[in-house]
Design a protein around this ligand. Structure first.
Ligand SMILES: *Cc1c(COP(=O)(O)O)cnc(C)c1O
Length: 364
């Protein structure tokens, strides 16, 4: 695209933006889509019809108003946040990550996170003009607490991100290491619990111990990736400042109504999450039987697997109709790693059969 940019525009567009690559969404047409940690279940038909009716009555002619405030209150109840704490809404947690960077974008400000990790922390930081400092995890994807503390002392980051569980490694990090990082951090620490529906632990109950720690979650992995709704929880005075950077109508009336509907039917989504956790254990057990690969423990709806040749496994699965994510190129610690999203029982069967056949072919 850069080649066709009119000459006179090149001097107005940021050089760093022009040098960026756009976020690539893989084409999944005709494939079993196990690449993006989406919940594979759609709503049961009766709920689809009920939702359709609800959405039909939404006042599309009005800017978002009281319903968004209602959603904020309902989520506050649903999550059960501590006294003196507040919750703000984002158009997905991706938007909240941007707002955090924007609110902290002073000259010289930095964002720090372990790597490999969620790519948006770095992309958002750079787009808002902040420096990004990545600190490698250990070989077994644990936090390197001494390295994290040393980097925090050296760089004094405005924001430290801790994804709990982490993407793409899917593990929950050691809480004692997180405590050390929180104690060392001079600015905000954001604990990103995007995969909370599938995890065995949460930091929610420990928030009140640390006024500079914020908790971020999303309804995406819960089952509403298409809706775009994330939230940030923290002390009222702190999230109130971040909220000032938010565009006034960032959550559309349709997002809002769909999220309200989902909260009213939270039991259905909990049932789906329970089934996905069972499926994750079943897939893990099957992966453990396959030769020449190593599947890492998971507290999310994805499993990181190290194979002998990630590109060949990715291609072999795709040829058999299954789309996964090859994360091999993202970081040296992910050499020959692929990331599998846990799908429906049928999708997982197809994935395991395709993987088994692919591994036989690759090892020839
Ligand atoms: C998927 C993901 C998100 C993004 O969620 P959205 O609400 O869909 O923007 C945030 N953090 C992590 C670690 C993720 O994997």
């Amino acid at each position: 695209m850069t080649a066709s940019l009119p000459d006179r525009l090149t001097r107005y567009l940021r050089d760093d933006v022009r040098a960026m690559h756009a976020y690539v969404v893989q084409d999944a047409a005709g494939l079993i889509k196990l690449d993006a940690m989406e919940n594979p279940f759609t709503l049961p038909p009766a709920l689809q019809a009920a939702l359709g009716e609800r959405l039909g009555k939404v006042e599309l002619n009005r800017y978002p108003g009281p319903r968004v405030e209602l959603l904020r209150r309902k989520l506050t109840e649903h999550v059960g946040i501590p006294e003196g704490y507040e919750l703000i809404l984002g158009n997905g947690s991706d938007e909240l990550i941007s707002l955090l960077a924007l609110a902290c974008a002073k000259p010289g400000a930095k964002v720090l996170a372990p790597l490999p990790g969620f790519v948006m922390y770095e992309i958002s930081a750079r787009l808002q003009g902040l420096d990004f400092v990545g600190v490698p995890l250990t070989e077994d994807f644990e936090l390197n607490a001494p390295a994290m503390v040393a980097a925090i002392e050296r760089h004094a980051p405005a924001i430290v991100y801790i994804a709990y569980p982490n993407n793409p490694t899917a593990n929950l990090w050691d809480d004692a290491a997180i405590e050390r990082i929180i104690a060392a951090a001079p600015g905000l620490v954001v604990i990103d619990e995007a995969y909370q529906p599938f995890a065995s632990r949460s930091w929610l109950g420990r928030l009140a111990e640390h006024p500079h720690v914020l908790l971020m979650r999303t309804l995406s992995k819960f089952g509403l990736a298409g809706v775009r709704l994330g939230y940030l929880v923290g002390p009222r005075e702190v999230v109130g400042e971040i909220d000032k950077a938010r565009p006034p109508y960032n959550v559309s009336v349709l997002n809002c109504e769909a999220a309200l509907f989902a909260l009213e039917h939270a039991a259905e989504f909990e049932r789906q999450a329970t089934m996905l956790k069972q499926e994750r254990e079943r897939v893990q057990a099957a992966l453990a039987q396959l030769p020449g690969i190593r599947a890492y423990p998971s507290e999310a709806n994805m499993i990181l697997v190290r194979v002998s040749d990630a590109a060949a496994v990715f291609a072999g699965l795709k040829a058999r109709g299954v789309l996964i994510k090859n994360v091999c190129g993202l970081h040296p610690l992910l050499a020959n790693c692929v990331r599998l999203t846990v799908g429906t029982p049928g999708e997982n069967e197809a994935l395991l059969a395709a993987l088994s056949a692919t591994l036989k072919e690759v090892s020839k």
